[in-house]
Design a protein around this ligand. Structure first.
Ligand code: SAM
Ligand code: SF4
Length: 445
């Protein structure tokens, strides 16, 4: 009988992609994905280290599993992801219930670690070995069969923003070979993908050199455009410094590239951007915004903000507010600065909690109101939705419009995988609700 494996994933889309690849890998040694946590033989926790309490969250989860398996044989307990990279041996020492700890650059060793553990030997692995990892996974078919699929093209980061752990947990920038990426895209399309989101910690820093020619993310987007069965292309997360003209030009001719750009700025104050070591200014950001809007005025933006970075004055915060009022981001992430061990900003003097919370509330008031207003704007209008799956009581469908808004509506499962027109009747901050337009002629290609 096949052994069962359950993976719980925290954090970004890259972790989600990695979890799927781990399922593909362990299948080779007889493990099968299960959604039944209580009866699993192996429990994997894919962790995120980007903000506070990451470590505590892991130990809390392990405690939960311990309780569930109190009267049964314990599952093999594996910690992967960025906390595993940062904490490695510490975890095995602090929590003996954990059996294996593997950092994100060593997932090609997961089968070996599992097999060794099954023969009663603990294993811990944390070295940066991204090239071997991708070489290994390139040989294993990506079995993901989602309508909207993720494809990692780049990993790691050389930018070293002073607040961020990514360069320490994911290692230096690495870009996968073009051929391997396109081969994986073909597999995903064969399995039913109609939308591909290219992923990377700095996805637009993608740079692969072959026969003295540099291939950028723009080349990949143009290649993906050629696959007739693929309907939509997205990418995330990008850095303003790598928003080069070749990528911006993709928005001129590329029909499948969605008009929604997630471009983190972090702060609207040049002083703070400099303190953060962001390597771009507010003016650079606005220039990108204006260039894109000139190409297509319908393009919408979302961003990431760090509030109360050490040294942020009321004036600096107001600069961020003013930027938010100017750009009217339709969907953004905003968090209070969280000192990450090992980063340059970790030692800096923190802004007091009360001020930080006040600033966060203030910025979110604006960000959320643009989000709500934008969603209301769709009410009464018809939107093109790529239908992804069924939800709830199985009578409703879930999909996304071009701007990545969730759309929920009554429908039949035969519509999954199609792009259809949905008339929006109501909305809230996070979703649009509507019904399929009956007129067959209204159906989009
Ligand atoms: N590479 C992207 C960029 O440079 O814009 C961002 C990737 S980062 C993994 C995702 C987001 O986490 C960042 O944009 C930032 O807003 C947030 N973040 C990272 N470190 C943080 C920290 N120490 N405190 C609060 N937020 C943080
Ligand atoms: Fe982190 Fe992004 Fe800065 Fe790299 S560029 S250090 S991933 S925030």
């Amino acid at each position: 009988m096949k052994k069962k494996i359950f993976i719980k994933t925290f954090g970004c889309q890259m972790n989600e992609y990695d979890s799927n690849r781990i399922y593909d890998s362990v299948k080779k040694i007889g493990f099968q994905k299960t959604n039944d946590l209580k009866n699993t033989d192996c429990f994997v926790l894919n962790t995120c280290h980007i903000r506070n309490k990451a470590k505590e969250k892991v130990y809390h989860e392990v405690g939960r599993i311990k309780k569930i398996f109190k009267k049964k044989n314990k599952p093999i307990m594996i910690i992967v992801g960025c906390v595993a990279q940062a904490e490695n041996q510490e975890m095995l020492k602090r929590e003996p219930y954990i059996d294996i700890v593997i950092g994100p650059q060593s997932y090609h060793k997961i089968n070996e670690a599992l097999m060794k553990f099954e023969r009663h030997k603990q294993k811990e692995e944390t070295e940066f070995d991204t090239i071997s990892k991708f070489k290994y996974f390139d040989k294993i078919e990506n079995k993901d069969n989602k309508i909207s699929a993720f494809l990692t093209i780049q990993e790691g980061c050389d930018k070293f923003c002073h607040f961020c752990v990514v360069p320490f947990t994911r290692g230096p920038e690495y870009s996968r070979p073009v051929k391997k990426i396109l081969h994986e895209a073909e597999m995903l399309i064969k399995n039913g993908a109609k939308e591909i989101t290219l992923l990377g910690q700095n996805v637009n820093a993608y740079s692969y050199i072959e026969n003295s020619k540099e291939y950028r993310i723009s080349n990949l987007i143009n290649e993906l455009e050629k696959y007739s069965e693929l309907k939509r292309i997205r990418y995330t997360t990008s850095h303003p410094k790598d928003m080069t003209d070749d990528l911006i030009d993709c928005y001129v001719n590329n029909k499948k590239l969605m008009p929604f750009v997630h471009l983190p700025i972090q702060s609207g104050s040049n002083k703070i951007l400099k303190l953060m070591n962001r390597k771009h200014t507010v003016e650079d950001y606005i220039k990108i915004y204006e260039k894109l809007k000139k190409i297509n005025s319908k393009i919408e933006f979302s961003s990431d903000f760090i509030i109360s970075y050490p040294g942020e004055t009321n004036d600096d915060f107001n600069d961020t507010l003013n930027l938010v009022k100017k750009i009217k981001f339709i969907n953004s992430y905003s968090f209070i600065f969280s000192p990450r061990p090992g980063t340059k900003a970790a030692e800096l003097k923190l802004i007091d909690n009360e001020t930080s919370k006040k600033r966060l509330n203030e910025i979110q008031k604006h960000l959320f109101s643009y989000q709500i207003n934008k969603n209301r704007f769709f009410e009464g209008k018809s939107v093109e939705v790529l239908v992804e799956n069924k939800i709830y009581d199985q009578s409703k469908l879930f999909g996304r419009n071009k701007f990545n808004n969730s759309v929920i509506f009554l429908g039949d499962k035969s519509d999954i995988g199609k792009i259809i027109k949905v008339k929006i009747e109501s909305s809230n901050q996070n979703s649009l609700f509507g019904k399929i337009e009956n007129n067959e002629d209204m159906r989009a290609a």
